[in-house]
Design a binder for this molecule. Structure first.
Ligand code: ZN
Ligand code: ZN
Length: 193
């Protein structure tokens, strides 16, 4: 009984603490609060550039976007081949030809090593306006729509844009595309990376 009440009290404390943590993270009004040490403070923002300068920055970004897409495509092809080897291994598992198993295992391992190399050398584009990596943290601008309305997240909630409503997940399946630089707001790529 007392164990139960202890658990209940612990749970209430945790809920109160979570509610407090949520209240304690107001929407950030200035991009400066977002910046961590490795992120360079942009000298200029999207509104400080002329249309000609903005289009020049987009042109400068094009080769990086192209390279990023090529590497992504290659990665997906290698993953496809690795799956094909796995499938082949599954289909041929009862065939006792020694060389077949070796070829399948060798092929699968080669794909795995190639994927590790791709992951290690994967070129992450940087913004030609503020020179920050486009995936390094979050600034005041929404990478998806480019509006200056990105609200800071907390440890249990991803940052989200009050303009387009998109939540900024992390990792490979981040759930949003990068069209604009989150730090300076310059629109970089129409299709999104
Ligand atoms: Zn930038
Ligand atoms: Zn947005």
């Amino acid at each position: 009984m007392s164990g139960r009440s202890h658990a209940g009290a612990g749970f209430r404390t945790l809920r109160l603490w979570l509610a407090k943590a949520r209240q304690g993270t107001p929407p950030v009004k200035s991009f400066r609060l977002y910046l961590q040490a490795p992120i360079a403070t942009p000298k200029r923002f999207v509104t400080d550039y002329s249309p000609a300068e903005l289009s020049r920055l987009r042109e400068m970004f094009k080769p990086q976007a192209h390279r990023h897409r090529n590497w992504s495509r290659t990665g997906y092809i290698v993953i496809g081949i690795a799956f094909a080897f796995m499938l082949l291994g599954f289909v041929l598992q009862n065939i006792s030809l020694h060389w077949t198993q070796r070829v399948i295992l060798g092929g699968f391992l080669a794909c795995w090593i190639t994927l590790m190399i791709i992951a290690f050398l994967f070129p992450v584009p940087w913004c030609p306006g503020c020179h920050n990596r486009i995936d390094r943290g979050f600034g005041a601008f929404c990478p998806e729509c480019g509006a200056r309305s990105l609200e800071r997240g907390s440890w249990c909630r991803a940052p989200h844009c009050s303009s387009c409503g998109r939540a900024m997940g992390r990792g490979k399946s981040r759930g949003y595309s990068i069209h604009a630089c989150t730090h300076c707001g310059v629109k970089l790529d129409d299709a999104g990376l």
